[in-house]
Design a protein around this ligand. Structure first.
Ligand SMILES: *Cc1c(COP(=O)(O)O)cnc(C)c1O
Length: 402
């Protein structure tokens, strides 16, 4: 019998909503694209986005910036992280995370990964003691959130400040608290492959007035910071405005205008992602040789991608699964490859960082498969994708057993 082939594209996002396109056209007609270029009495799209995102996360303050990577480096700089400092971070994450640490002259100290694909809190406690780091840049990689109560108690006890990388958890929660609101600062990305899409963009939230005043000056506010509306009180800036450098990385009205419309739709989009996620998850359950990454009931997930493990598969067998799925239109990424491929790289390919060994992370990445779930897929697409993966994993697993 002819094998079924999936025809969708794993990198095709939905179009920008018509209301957002209209809002963007309005901004272009005005000619006022720069965030501080405002008509009398106008708040501007960027400040409005900041207000709305602060409300969405329940944060006191919000700053919109040029990218998620910029958000993280700006947060680190605003906390005073600098040359030669050590910053703890996940061994399993993507390149912008160690890159943000390196961009302020600091050195990443990588922490091991659990089978739930979250940071290993025991290893974190150990390295918090031994590394001399004062800051953890915690990446909720692929949307997997660790036990945040336990993590925060370990970090509080060790005097470690937490910056959350929420590039994959905008709209997600741990135990009823939005992701990004457990640590001192939360950083988000609005790049095309994240949860709201402005091509490039980032957001920072915090309740810390002085830190946010520094972040606003860093982002390139000049002395125009009073025009921000989701900012700390103006007198907070007195201490920082002349001692904080301008490291330009602002957002503009055009991008903010299309993000505001998408932010208002995010809750509905999260439900759609989770319908795809749970369909693939159920379709893969009980496949011999395949291990589901079980989600903690305290997590409110955003299933914009899904991961599963093929423990005990050799690199050759994993290659065979990836190739067989590819021939049937299903794009799987493998985190165990020796060399970085496309978006996928590993801590040992970030050679600007001091060399480190993470044997438990290596063992997990060796069998870790990753797949995007864009909203251009339907629930029946998700069912078909799971069927194809299940078939091909079983077929390689059977051969291996023979
Ligand atoms: C995308 C991403 C970021 C931020 O990326 P930008 O492209 O700079 O917006 C940060 N962390 C992770 C894990 C990411 O995937």
């Amino acid at each position: 019998m002819e094998k079924t082939v999936f025809k969708g594209s794993f990198t095709q996002q939905e179009p920008i909503p018509e209301a957002a396109i209209e809002a963007a056209v309005e901004v272009m007609r005005s000619g006022r694209l720069h965030r501080y270029n405002l008509a009398p009495g106008e708040a501007g799209e960027v400040a409005l986005l900041e207000e709305e995102f602060a409300a969405f996360t329940g944060a006191n303050y919000c700053l919109a910036v040029a990218s998620g990577g910029y958000a993280m480096s700006c947060a680190l700089r605003a906390m005073g992280v600098g040359h030669g400092d050590k910053v703890l971070s996940n061994g399993f994450t993507l390149a912008p995370v160690p890159g943000a640490i390196a961009s302020v002259g600091a050195d990443p100290v990588f922490v091991e990964t659990t089978e739930a694909l979250t940071i290993d809190i025991d290893d974190l406690a150990l390295k918090a003691e031994t590394s001399g780091a004062r800051v953890l840049l915690l990446s909720h990689m692929r949307g997997h959130i660790c036990d945040m109560a336990r993590l925060m108690s370990v970090c509080d006890a060790a005097g470690i400040d937490v910056v959350e990388d929420c590039a994959h958890t905008m709209g997600a929660e741990w135990d009823g608290v939005p992701s990004g609101r457990h640590g001192r600062v939360g950083c988000y990305s609005t790049q095309t492959y994240k949860h709201i899409n402005s091509g490039e963009g980032g957001l920072i939230v915090s309740d810390d007035a002085e830190l946010m005043a520094r972040a606003i000056i860093l982002s390139g506010s000049y002395m125009l910071y009073p025009r921000h509306t989701a900012r700390p009180p103006v007198d907070t800036f007195e201490n920082v405005k002349l001692t904080t450098p301008n490291v330009s990385g602002r957002m503009d009205h055009l991008r903010a205008s299309i993000l505001r419309v998408q932010l208002a739709d995010l809750a509905a989009q999260v439900d759609r992602w989770n319908a795809l996620y749970r369909t693939v998850e159920e379709g893969l359950r009980n496949t011999p040789g395949l291990k589901i990454v079980e989600r903690d009931p305290r997590e409110r997930i955003v299933g914009s991608s899904i991961q599963f493990l093929l423990p005990g598969f050799s690199p050759g067998e994993i290659g065979a699964v990836v190739e067989a799925c590819r021939l049937r239109g299903v794009e799987l990424k493998w985190f165990g490859a020796e060399e970085p491929v496309a978006f996928t790289s590993r801590y040992d390919s970030w050679r600007y960082a001091p060399a480190q060994r993470l044997p438990r992370t290596d063992a997990i990445l060796a069998g870790l498969m990753d797949m995007r779930l864009p909203l251009t897929f339907s629930v029946s697409d998700a069912g078909l994708i799971a069927e194809i993966i299940r078939d091909e994993v079983q077929s390689v697993h059977r051969h291996a057993a023979e």
